[in-house]
Ligand binder design. Sequence first.
Ligand code: ZN
Length: 116
Amino acid sequence: MKVELQAMCSECYQPVALVLTEQSKNIRCPVCGHEVPMIEKGSFTSLAKDQSKRKLFAAGAFLSFLALAGGFAWFITEFEKEQGSTVPGIALMVIAGLATLVLAWVGGSRRYVCEF
Ligand SMILES: [Zn+2]
C-alpha cells in the first residue's frame, strides 16, 4: 500500500509530491531535508484505501468513455444505413457519457494537500 500526497513543507514552503509507504518512518522534504514523524497507521490505512478506491473509479471512467466511443461508432454505422436504428447508439452514448462524468468526478474530486 502507498499513499500519494501533495504536501507543503513548513520550513522551505516548497510544494512537494510525497509517496508514503507502510515502511516510511518519517515524512521528509526532498528539498531542504525537514523531517516529521510518519502519520499514524490508522490514518495511513484509511488514506491508502480511499486512494485505491478512487483509482478504481478513474479506471471505470476510462471504461465508460470507451463505451461512449462505442455508442458513437454504433450511431454512425446505423446512421449511414437506409433504415438503421440510431436509438440504441444514442442511448448508449447518453448513459456512458453520464457514467463517465460521474466516475471521473468521484475518481478525481479529492486531492490531499497537507503541510508538514
Ligand atoms: Zn523543505
